[in-house]
Design a protein around this ligand. Structure first.
Ligand SMILES: Cc1cc2nc3c(=O)[nH]c(=O)nc-3n(C[C@H](O)[C@H](O)[C@H](O)COP(=O)(O)OP(=O)(O)OC[C@H]3O[C@@H](n4cnc5c(N)ncnc54)[C@H](O)[C@@H]3O)c2cc1C
Length: 397
């Protein structure tokens, strides 16, 4: 692998075409550039305007994966969080989160203390090379009094204290996407917006490019095509004669921007008192509250994420249970930020926990066509790195 900038890709001389300019498409272009390959990214709308515009802004360090003892994922996430903190220290910052503990199940203070200890051992390199203000402090537990000092409206009945940890947050995620795009461009990538990919061009059994619509309609040639169209990746593969039913079965998720002042200066991870109540996150955002993430079964055939009023009401009801002091009503909702995510097998709403990469040439489809479906913004670069490392040598294309 080399970091030498590649010549910018023009139509006709790209080494690879990436369909979709969400975080996965941008990271694929960036990693391709780092490997000395010129990527042409074709986006039917604007870069970062679909699912990627509506994420919750947390670059997860992977602490949550310790619950299922998923050590690989814990480490991967911590390493990617470190990368973002290093790449854009002015846009990605450590931010504290507080979770009140009521002593049930895995939410006991003693369990959390053990989990924080395990995390600090497993992610020992999480701050390697970072400047002091970008370093993630170790998680710890708080007494009841310390908890109430940070979150005055905390439900007191049964309270045993809280867990306090840091994750990385990108409050200005639009600026972060622009930074990533420019980094990819400086490595030779070219981005075309308002450029929907309509069809695949094949020569023999090999990919030779795509046909695009839009103002600059026509062919774009390259020996490799990576389908990173997120929720639309399945229908694109099918249109290209490479059906893959396992590619992106959707589940709906959404966040709410609420015109209510934050309940704490930290982020909050809160759940209602009834058993099995969902864990919800509250993030202070420009004096308001950003609440996430609510999951809903997706029953429609299309892939345009939209939210029913009944689902907004259900989310507000869960918030009223989890954080009554927020007092959020429908009239306080300033924005509904939805997106489709890949559904976990055997579930109605859970998000799949692994990315999926399909080399269609190995499954009887055109050679040189690859589909990628990721599950997290946080790990998009890692997935892109793996995909680029697995691409055939340019000489073999
Ligand atoms: C509500 C919500 C909260 C989330 N919160 C977090 C979080 O806090 N942290 C985290 O790490 N992850 C989070 N995620 C996950 C993360 O947002 C996604 O994994 C990521 O944004 C997916 O990016 P993508 O590039 O695969 O898809 P997209 O962003 O959807 O990009 C796909 C692109 O393909 C384009 N496209 C489609 N068809 C064509 C075509 N024919 N031609 C050209 N272009 C085409 C689309 O216009 C789109 O821009 C969240 C997701 C949701 C929905």
């Amino acid at each position: 692998m080399t970091s030498k900038p590649a010549r910018p890709a023009r139509s006709g001389d790209a080494d690879l075409i990436v369909i979709g300019g969400g975080i996965y498409g941008v990271m694929l272009a960036f990693e391709a550039g780092r490997a000395g390959r010129r990527a042409l990214v074709l986006e039917r709308g604007q870069i970062g305007d679909a699912t990627t515009a509506n994420w919750f802004r947390i670059l997860h360090g992977g602490f949550r994966y310790l619950q299922s003892l998923d050590i690989v994922r814990t480490r991967e996430s911590a390493a990617e969080r470190r990368w973002f903190l290093d790449f854009a220290p002015d846009l990605v910052q450590p931010f504290p989160f507080l979770m009140p503990l009521y002593g049930d199940g895995l939410k006991r203070p003693s369990f959390l203390r053990m989990a924080f200890l395990l995390e600090s051992v497993l992610t020992a390199g999480r701050n390697r090379g970072l400047r002091p203000e970008s370093r993630i402090a170790p998680g710890r537990t708080l007494s009841v009094e310390e908890t109430a000092a940070l979150y005055a409206d905390v439900r007191r009945e049964g309270l045993q204290g809280a867990a306090l940890w840091q994750d990385a947050v990108a409050f200005d995620d639009r600026a972060l996407m622009n930074r990533l795009r420019h980094a990819a461009e400086s490595l030779g990538a070219v981005f075309e917006e308002q450029t929907p990919v309509l069809d695949l061009q094949v020569s023999g059994d090999r990919v030779s490019g795509v046909i695009v619509g839009g103002p600059r309609s026509g062919p774009r040639t390259a020996p490799l095509v990576i389908n990173a169209a997120g929720p639309w990746s399945g229908e694109i593969a099918e249109r290209f004669g490479a059906p893959a039913p396992e590619l992106f079965r959707p589940t709906l998720a959404f966040n709410l921007l609420i015109d209510r002042p934050p309940l704490a200066a930290t982020g909050l991870a809160v759940a209602g008192p009834s058993p099995g109540a969902p864990m919800l996150f509250l993030l202070p955002l420009e004096g308001r509250t950003f609440a996430g993430t609510w999951h809903v079964e997706w029953q429609a055939e299309d892939r345009e994420a939209r939210v029913a009023e009944a689902d907004v009401d259900a989310f507000l009801q869960a918030l009223a249970q989890a954080a009554p002091a927020l007092g959020a009503t429908r009239g306080d909702v300033l924005g509904i930020l939805p997106g489709l995510q890949p559904l976990a097998k055997g579930s109605r709403t859970a998000v799949c926990d692994r990315p999926l990469t399909i080399d269609h040439g190995r499954k009887g489809g055109p050679r040189g066509l690859i589909s990628v479906s990721g599950v997290k913004y946080t790990t998009a670069r890692h997935v892109a790195q793996q995909v680029v490392a697995g691409l055939p040598d340019p000489a073999d294309c």
